[in-house]
Design a protein around this ligand. Structure first.
Ligand code: FAD
Length: 404
């Protein structure tokens, strides 16, 4: 009668607990998390939580009523320190030991830190938890000078939110262009243009050389020689998977906790899901560690199905969205640099959709407010079917301008 223990009460952990009940798990479920609150969704932290006039309440994955109705035990504010695979127990920070029949690791990631900025104390922040979003919310106001280090998705989402609120925003990026790790140059330029048009100052090939803080102000000298005086610095330079627990327990880890197509780790009674897990993608091959809302949902459901002896979900194509200013950018699959790009609509404007085709097969999609058309194109990916160029044409995707 041992419980399923879930470590990490974030998006994937919370959803997994809920899905376990949905798929018929009758036994005990214990959800252990180091945050003080119930599992919530993080996408609003860089958007609605910053810009809405009245702070919206957290978007809970499991709210208090669900917790009671589903009979899930939530242990809040507790770090899990270690796992003993042989005796099937986990040890909590308060020295309690919990036995398990199945263990699910949903430990997410930790934002990469920039120790050189520690001297700034409360004037430097990171954005991963609700508390951090609240701190940022209270600091961003009209005329405030915000420096964002890193032009990835989180950095640019905060830049858009802060600009909307009338802050002066500078973004520095060491790479030659924003979003270089995730988007091909042409698509990255479309996103960047929206920012520069709205008055965000983006400095690429740039880094911080010297940081001086006096009681009056912060002075940061950049590699180019320019000195800026921000009121606040936000660091958004990616994150590292929280896989130390798994590694110390002896589970297989390589840029995330390795799992199979049922989210099982190298120990058959231990599962891993969400940002912390790396899995093989049957459409694209290789190991993928995805940091996205959809991946958290799907892996949580898949692990719950496996634990409840239900058939697995069909393997889906990676999907991510990001809201910046009044635009929703959506990405599915792989946007490979060697792809031929077939476009609909006006590049950079709402309704734009780009299909990435490699060897006559659809491999990726990029859309801007492309709603229905994006979903329709996404359906061409479903069930492992990869659309050929002819299928794309028949589905009406290549009727518009074709750029090869
Ligand atoms: P998390 O939600 O991070 O949860 C992990 C939890 O485990 C955390 O609470 C952590 O504190 C806890 N934990 C870790 N180690 C331990 C331990 N040893 N003991 C106890 N607890 C532990 N995705 C999109 O697709 N679109 C978006 O627009 C988007 N916007 C985002 C904006 C922000 C600001 C952030 C931070 C993320 C965004 N994401 C977005 C990504 C998405 O939110 C994540 O992919 C998702 O939250 C991953 O869920 P997870 O459960 O794996 O990790």
């Amino acid at each position: 009668n041992l419980p399923v223990v879930i470590v990490g009460a974030g998006h994937a952990g919370g959803r997994c607990a809920e899905r376990l009940r949905h798929f018929g798990w009758q036994g005990k479920i214990i959800l252990v998390g180091d945050e003080p609150c119930l599992p919530y969704e993080r996408p609003p932290l860089s958007k609605a939580v910053l810009v809405e006039e009245v702070e919206p309440s957290p978007s809970f994955v499991i709210d208090p009523e669900m917790l009671a109705a589903l009979d899930i035990e939530h242990v809040a504010g507790q770090v899990v320190r270690s796992i003993d695979l042989r005796n099937r127990t986990v040890r909590l920070a308060d020295e309690r030991h919990l036995g398990y029949c199945k263990l699910v690791l949903a430990t997410g990631l930790t934002p990469r830190r920039l120790p050189m900025l520690d001297v700034l104390g409360s004037r430097v922040c990171y954005l991963h938890k609700l508390e951090e979003a609240r701190t940022l919310r209270s600091a961003i106001r009209p005329g405030a000078k915000l420096l964002i280090v890193g032009a990835g998705f989180i950095g640019l989402e905060v830049a858009a939110s802060a600009r909307k609120l009338g802050a002066e925003v500078t973004v520095i990026e060491t790479a030659p262009r924003p979003l270089g790790r995730v988007l091909p140059a042409r698509m990255a330029d479309l996103v960047t243009e929206r920012h520069t048009n709205a008055g965000v100052k983006i400095l690429c090939n740039e880094a911080m050389d010297e940081i001086v803080q006096t009681p009056e102000r912060i002075s940061i000298t950049l590699r180019s020689g320019e000195t800026i005086h921000p009121d606040l610095v936000l660091v958004g330079i990616g994150g590292l998977p929280n896989d130390q627990l798994a590694r110390s327990a002896g589970l297989q880890v390589d840029n995330g906790i390795e799992v199979d197509d049922r989210c099982r780790t190298s120990d058959p009674d231990v599962y891993a899901i969400g940002d912390a897990a790396s899995h093989r993608n049957p459409h694209y091959g290789g190991r993928w560690r995805l940091e996205s809302w959809m991946n958290a949902e799907e892996m949580a459901s898949n692990a719950a199905r496996a634990i409840c002896d239900q058939p697995r979900n069909g393997a889906s194509v990676p999907y991510f969205w990001t809201d910046q200013f009044d635009r929703r950018y959506q990405i599915a699959g792989l946007l490979e640099p060697q792809a031929e790009i077939y476009e609909q609509g006006v590049a950079g404007e709402s309704g734009y959709l780009a299909c990435f085709v490699v060897g006559g097969k659809l491999r990726g999609l990029f859309g801007i407010d492309a709603g229905k058309a994006f979903r329709k194109a996404q359906n061409l990916f479903r069930g492992g079917a990869v659309a050929t160029r002819d299928e794309l044409r028949a589905a009406g995707f290549l009727a518009a301008r074709e750029t090869a």
